[in-house]
Design a protein around this ligand. Structure first.
Ligand code: AOS
Ligand code: ZN
Ligand code: ZN
Length: 387
């Protein structure tokens, strides 16, 4: 097996973008539980996100969600983030909260509503220009609830047209990242239900369009690592939204439900050239912390990704290839399982210490007093708006 020393420099390349909405209160349609210390402003969300980076060294970027994070002056918000040691990253557009979007946004039968959805995305591109962000992430709640409700094929044409207009407004260094989801909030059909549909639209759009794979957006039993391998092979894997699911789009802490699945996904990422600064694959979290404290929840999340990345990097590629070539099924499986079963926590603690980070980020954060301070200072925190 590869040694930890051999992978330590590669671990330093890891960047995990955290979502601003993870720091706000969230919940289900049954109840949103408030929590003490919840941010009241975008700035407070960014300050909290900066703590995750300060204690782990893994999360230098914060994704925005518009209009949840709407401010007057985005350049000033970027400066605020930089002062706190992080930068603003992906801009997520939101065409699902307005009453006008009841029957969809880019695929809506009404041209006026489609126009509104396009304009919203164009505004997001303006924000990207103001903050120097490269990625526009589009997730659409579009779909129908009943067979016959709308013309499914016509909706694809409307969607393609709208995406093309948005794509045309991208700058040279911009990307459009199109996320898919097979159900919810629409329950009969979704307009971008799967990686194949997202891929088809991205190919039609051009090189700057890539697919976002949210790990929670697949039917039970789906082999997600196969999708990763295929999209990397096709040069169209643009980003991950990492989280865990037990049943549906549960948005739980990544790696909590199935660390082995996370390992398998990350192994395919590494194997397919999707890991590292120049890979073109953005690692993002898309999570909500409904009952646990949010900053520790995010710290746990980025550490889970780091741990499984380390284990994936430990897979001995030569040994694996030799076993595969010789048709030794069990030996090949052993190579993978050896890496998966390797406990890297002590090595990672040393690795952090050697880089001036706390060996145990969670303990260090809990001892820092930050949580107590925000709980005392902040009254009346905001709901994230969606989960
Ligand atoms: C929704 O299910 C998707 O995961 C999106 O990424 C969404 O924009 C995100 O959850 C924030 O609402
Ligand atoms: Zn997502
Ligand atoms: Zn989701």
């Amino acid at each position: 097996m590869t040694t930890f020393d051999a992978i330590s420099d590669r671990l330093a390349e890891q960047v995990i973008e955290v979502p601003s909405w993870a720091y706000g209160n969230s919940g289900t349609r049954f109840k949103v539980f408030g929590s003490a210390g919840t941010p009241r402003t975008v700035q407070e969300k960014i300050a909290d996100a900066a703590k995750v980076h300060e204690f782990t060294g893994l999360a230098p970027k914060v994704a925005l969600h518009i209009p949840w994070d709407q401010v007057e002056d985005f350049a000033a918000l970027q400066s605020f983030a930089v002062e706190h040691g992080v930068r603003l990253g992906t801009v997520n557009s939101n065409t699902f909260q307005d009453d006008d979007f009841k029957l969809g946004s880019l695929a809506n039968p009404d041209p006026a509503v489609r126009r509104k959805a396009i304009e919203h995305n164009l505004m997001c591109i303006d924000i990207m220009n103001e903050i120097g962000s490269t990625d526009l992430k589009i997730w659409l709640a579009d779909g129908t609830n009943y067979p016959g409700q709308d013309d499914i094929a016509a909706r694809q044409e409307r969607l393609a047209e709208g995406l093309a207009e948005i794509y045309a407004a991208l700058g040279d260094d911009h990307r459009l990242v199109l996320e898919y989801k097979f159900f919810e909030p629409a329950f009969y059909h979704t307009d971008v239900p799967d990686w194949g549909t997202s891929y088809a639209h991205c190919v039609a759009l051009g090189d700057k369009a890539t697919v976002c794979l949210d790990t929670g957006h697949h039917a039970p039993g789906t082999n997600i690592e196969f999708i990763v391998a295929q999209l990397l092979r096709l040069g169209k894997l643009g980003a991950f939204d990492f989280n865990s699911r037990f049943y549906a789009d549960d948005d739980l802490i990544v790696g909590a439900a199935d660390p082995f699945q996370l390992f398998r996904i990350l192994y395919e990422v590494v194997r397919g050239g999707g890991y590292g600064a120049d890979s073109g694959v953005a690692f993002m979290l898309d999570q909500c912390h409904n009952i646990e404290k949010k900053i520790p929840g995010q710290i746990r999340s980025v550490l889970n990704v780091q741990e499984m990345t380390a284990r994936a990097l430990l897979v001995d590629a030569d040994e694996l290839a030799a076993a595969q070539r010789s048709g030794d099924v069990l030996a090949a499986n052993d190579v993978l399982m050896d890496a998966f079963y390797t406990d890297v926590r002590a090595d990672l603690a040393d690795w952090r210490s050697s880089r001036g980070l706390p060996a145990e980020p969670m303990k260090a954060f809990l001892a820092s007093g930050y949580q107590e301070q925000i709980e005392a200072d902040r009254v009346g925190g905001n709901q994230a708006g969606w989960n």
